[in-house]
Design a protein. Sequence first.
Length: 106
Amino acid sequence: MLEHKGYKGHVEFDDQAGIFHGEVLGTRDVITFEGTSVRELKRAFRDSVDDYLDFCAQRSEEPDKPFTGRLMVRLPETLHRELWMQSRAENKSLNQLIGERLSKAS
């Protein structure tokens, strides 16, 4: 996994074309890169992220940042209530309780 300025890139190899191609993960905007060697691929990844950030700055737009840690989840009312009651019984926030449970499940 490639990483630059908090952005992560996923890479695949196209055997027929003989090139590596990749995409920056975790953004709504499409940021791609490619190269014929690992060195070229890493440079292209960094350049793509930098170009994206420069483009956003030129347009006075906030760049899409990789995951903020916020996740909207819809639950049945009964489960929502049950989790809320458990969080109160454990003197935790609902977010903390759900985060702990998800961490254990992964």
